[in-house]
Write a protein that binds this ligand. Structure first.
Ligand SMILES: NC(=O)c1ccc[n+]([C@@H]2O[C@H](COP(=O)([O-])OP(=O)(O)OC[C@H]3O[C@@H](n4cnc5c(N)ncnc54)[C@H](O)[C@@H]3O)[C@@H](O)[C@H]2O)c1
Length: 332
């Protein structure tokens, strides 16, 4: 499969490197508006045609699929052009700036029988795959909560706030493991430097009393990537910065019983073993790109398709509405 890649900033080089390493795919062209980015791309990949024009790349007859790795506000226009030119699209997260744009692209791809995959990279990590498996097997029991802290210093994005930058990771993970859509969203936050919120908190209410909370922050002195998932039977802690034991599962919980004639509830705390399962050690992006090539080749629909991207954008849109109203409850 011959690829074109639009956007060679921070993330684009990772996409190009992984596509180059895959059997059965080549990068034929790279487009970037920035001369410095074009120089870097040409130096790293002398055999690839580098251009300033995304349209030239998108219209090229040499190319079967385009990876859109540019800022969020450009995703809709570029992906629309890609689909109109009969090519499959791999699009960065978050898929688009509005749900209406995402809906239009999903419809266009269906009409043209083309694939859209949205880069929800974390769904291809060993940790998230294992968490999804544990939830599916019922190892955690009924879920109670998902609570994530994703904070660091920068990188400030110029076109979006910290929610649109960092929360898509957690929203796509929740969408994948909870397998239900949230009923309502509350978000609060504050911008201190460039007008966009750089510190934000988001709460999502799911059916069956499942609650989720995400803390995202570009002004944190330390980097933290820790997620707690609590269930009726077991609870887990996923520390993505940990080298070896990223995932720890605790056989801890609370049992409540009430005996006939005893009006007070009897609460007992269970504190059993902790274990850290072995996780698959492969580069998530490599697996994801390989899955994209497979889906296009076989005609299978990717699970992280445009509709999955749309679900995440809907949650982000609701969060933006809530932010504007200083934490109003927005129903989905
Ligand atoms: N999946 C992940 O874990 C992950 C990580 C980082 C970034 N991202 C996503 O990747 C995308 C890009 O982020 P980044 O951090 O690389 O941004 P960046 O600003 O570093 O790079 C974007 C590049 O796109 C170029 N560009 C912009 N408009 C263009 C156009 N019309 N034609 C050609 N080139 C154009 C810019 O010149 C720039 O070099 C964003 O959607 C971001 O959310 C995803």
């Amino acid at each position: 499969m011959n690829f074109g890649v639009v956007g060679y900033g921070y993330w684009g080089p990772n996409i190009v490197r992984n596509l180059m390493a895959l059997e059965g795919s080549q990068v034929r062209m790279i487009a970037d508006l920035s001369p410095a980015a074009r120089t870097r791309a040409q130096k790293a990949h002398p055999g690839v045609k580098v251009t300033a024009s995304a349209s030239e790349l998108i219209q090229s007859t040499e190319i079967d699929a385009v990876a859109v790795i540019s800022p969020v506000w450009t995703h809709y226009e570029l992906t629309k052009q890609v689909l109109e030119n009969g090519k499959h699209a791999f699009v960065e997260k978050p898929f688009t700036s509005t749900a209406a744009q995402a809906e239009e692209l999903v419809e266009l791809a269906a009409q043209k029988n083309l694939k859209i995959m949205v880069d929800h990279t974390f769904l291809f990590t060993g940790a998230v795959k294992r968490i999804a498996q544990l939830v599916d097997e019922g190892a955690l029991g009924n879920l109670y909560y998902y609570d994530s802290t994703r904070v660091n210093l920068g990188l400030f994005q110029h076109d979006i706030n910290v929610l649109w930058d960092l929360a898509p990771h957690d929203l796509s993970i929740m969408d994948y493991i909870i397998k239900a859509s949230p009923e309502a969203v509350v978000a609060t936050g504050q911008g201190h430097l460039n007008g966009h919120e750089d510190v934000a908190f988001m709460t999502l209410y799911f059916p069956d009393k499942v609650i989720a909370h995400i803390n995202v922050n570009w002004l944190s002195p330390v980097k933290v990537r820790t997620t707690l998932i609590g269930g009726e039977k077991r609870m887990l802690v996923w520390n993505d910065l940990e080298a070896d034991e990223k995932l720890k599962i605790y056989d801890k919980g609370v049992d409540i019983t009430s005996r006939e004639g005893v009006y007070q509830m009897l609460v007992s705390y269970r504190s059993g073993d902790m274990w850290a399962p072995q996780l698959e050690q492969v580069e998530a992006l490599r697996q994801e790109m390989s899955y994209f090539v497979d889906c296009v080749t076989s005609g299978a629909e990717p699970f992280n398709n445009g509709i999955a991207g749309l679900r995440v954008v809907r949650m982000l849109e609701a969060a933006s509405e809530s932010l504007k109203q200083r934490g109003a409850l927005i129903r989905l």
